[in-house]
Design a protein around this ligand. Sequence first.
Ligand code: SAM
Ligand code: SF4
Length: 326
Amino acid sequence: MAWDRFGRKIRYLRISLTDHCNLRCVYCMPAEMSFMPGEEIMQDDEILRLVRLFARLGFDKYRLTGGEPTVRANVVGLVRGIADTPGVRSLTMTTNGVLFSRLAEPLVNAGLKRVNFSLDTLDPEKFHQITRWGHIEDVMAGIRAAEEAGLIPIKINAVVVRGHNEEDTVSLARLTLEHPWQVRFIEMMPFAGATEFQRLQGVRAEEIQTRIEAAVGPLQVENGGNLDGEARLYRLPNAQGTVGFIASVTQPFCSSCSRVRLTADGRLRLCLLREKEIDLLSPLRAGASDEALRQLVLDAIWQKPWGHNLADGEVPMNRTMSQIGG
Ligand code: SAM
Ligand code: SF4
């Protein structure tokens, strides 16, 4: 088991399969983005070796992310390899959905259990503006395919950006009236790449909630008011699905954090919003034994920071969000 020095049991690993992406969302990366050379990215066998090691440490929950995980070559084979690793109980993915319509079924057959889609508006024009490159019909086809393939409940993540999509939160929330989906609104966080924009145009969860309630009706607390992962859940009157708020900036959930992240270049990132990382790939490539890697991971996790310090203006600047994976 892996514990940090604050007594938090750490058992959830988010793995970034690549820093590449087929979109260029304004809140995530700059328009002119450069990517890591292929040889710096973990190979399939390196990822699988690290997963075996984490699984033996009691990590039972895994999420694949990016950049965009579906643009990684052999993503289906990699999902199969991770899903088949003893100790892996839950394997999920976060995707922009653009390529998902043809991947849903092969991924389910390989062992994927659930998927989160990122969708910030239902307006095709705005979607194209926010993602710079995307077409919303591809994402909607991906969501339909995921539902048909049994990757339920569908979760949809929307980052709310002032001047771009704060009005669209209402139509997104309305999706839950007809669909048994969880639509979650995320407060924008600052990283390298678009920091000023991220800082100035964020919208507080509270404001989004007020807007939705004024337009659609009261939101009733779900899940006994407890967090579901990082989201606080509510239901609109007679809705099939739920509305969630991920208030990472204004109401951090650090005390219940059980996760660490593995970047595509094999660094163990201990907190999303802190720069501290431990290089696992270089020692692995230099021939470190499983025991040596295991000790490196345990020592790193012990050092996991308590939480972020955004309130005091401390912004993690060593990576863009796309290079961490969310
Ligand atoms: N490409 C995939 C996707 O878009 O779902 C996975 C990677 S993306 C970095 C993971 C999540 O982070 C997405 O839901 C995205 O909307 C969110 N995200 C990106 N930049 C963000 C920011 N500055 N603040 C908060 N969330 C952000
Ligand atoms: Fe790509 Fe996801 Fe970042 Fe958008 S949020 S640019 S889809 S990594």
